[in-house]
Design a protein around this ligand. Structure first.
Ligand code: SAM
Length: 269
């Protein structure tokens, strides 16, 4: 066995590759998991109670567009508004990794998860969307139209993998402007929403829809605030200016850029 391993190592070295034992990856995961548990314990000591959950760390390491710090804001927000009436939504689902994280957090309750996506990738940018961070080096914001498209089946597979019951989620497939005007199965009350459409128009439409369907205590997290396209920040800032014009309806926390680019909107009235 040793001789075989040596021979494989030698052959790979000729090709410029190295053989690593998979325990390295396992150690990294265990370290991450320990760190996450220590962080959760610290939050609990501060009175921010997050129920321990074994699957959570596994889902956290799979996330691609959502960094761990932002993911913990999602986890925490879901715990915070678990007694607020209304469903849980994700606007912009893609491969469904964040959907799985959200579903796992509400698994023990009875809330329904509503997922919105065209599954055709990013829609057309508008004049409010200027390219701020060229994440895929495509050279222009227009070139991002249609990127990040994933088949609907991917999210179904992710939810099945964590045994999230099919009767507890609804997939709204289509462009958000059409869904908001035509879809008869839109939720009437929303307690938590994760908004991840990347561009101005779909985000502004979604925030206005959420204004009609949320109540005190509800939380909205908008991803990519002041990142990638300028339209996300514009949509959030305009929305807050309009809705908070005469009284404070939404409290807003913008993340420190060192750990992510997102805005957390808490409904106060
Ligand atoms: C950044 S990805 C979402 C990533 C996902 N939330 C995650 O954390 O893994 C954006 C998604 O929004 C969808 N999308 C973008 N604009 C849309 C629109 N106007 N209507 C419906 N879906 C849209 C795209 O198809 C894409 O799947």
């Amino acid at each position: 066995m040793k001789i075989l391993k040596k021979a494989i190592k030698k052959a790979l070295a000729v090709l410029g590759y190295e053989l690593h034992s998979s325990s390295g990856e396992r150690d990294i995961f265990i370290n991450f998991s320990n760190l996450a548990q220590a962080y959760e314990q610290r939050l609990n000591e501060l009175g921010i109670f997050i129920v321990a959950n074994e699957i959570r760390s596994k889902l956290l390491v799979r996330l691609t567009g959502t960094q761990p710090a932002e993911a913990y804001f999602i986890v925490h927000a879901l715990a915070e508004c678990k007694d607020v009436s209304g469903v849980v939504c994700e606007f912009g689902v893609a491969q469904g990794e964040t959907s799985a994280l959200i579903a796992n957090e509400i698994q023990s309750g009875n809330k329904i998860l509503h997922l919105f996506d065209s599954f055709e990738g990013l829609s057309k940018p508008t004049k409010e969307d200027q390219l701020k961070d060229d994440i895929f080096s495509l050279g222009s914001i227009e070139a991002y139209t249609g990127t990040m498209s994933c088949p609907e089946e991917m999210v179904r597979t992710r939810l099945k993998a964590i045994s999230f019951p099919p009767q507890r989620f609804v997939i709204h497939k289509g462009l958000i402007d059409q869904l908001i005007s035509d879809d008869v199965s839109l939720p009437k009350a929303v307690s938590f929403a994760y908004v991840d459409f990347d561009f101005y128009e779909p985000i502004k439409l979604t925030l206005n829809f959420l204004h009609q369907t949320t109540s005190t205590g509800a939380i909205i997290i908008v991803d990519d605030y002041d990142f990638f396209s300028t339209g996300v920040k514009t949509a959030v800032d305009e929305f807050l200016e309009e809705k908070n014009a005469s009284e404070l309806i939404y409290e807003c926390m913008v993340s420190n850029k060192r750990y992510g680019c997102f805005a957390v909107l808490k409904r106060k009235g």
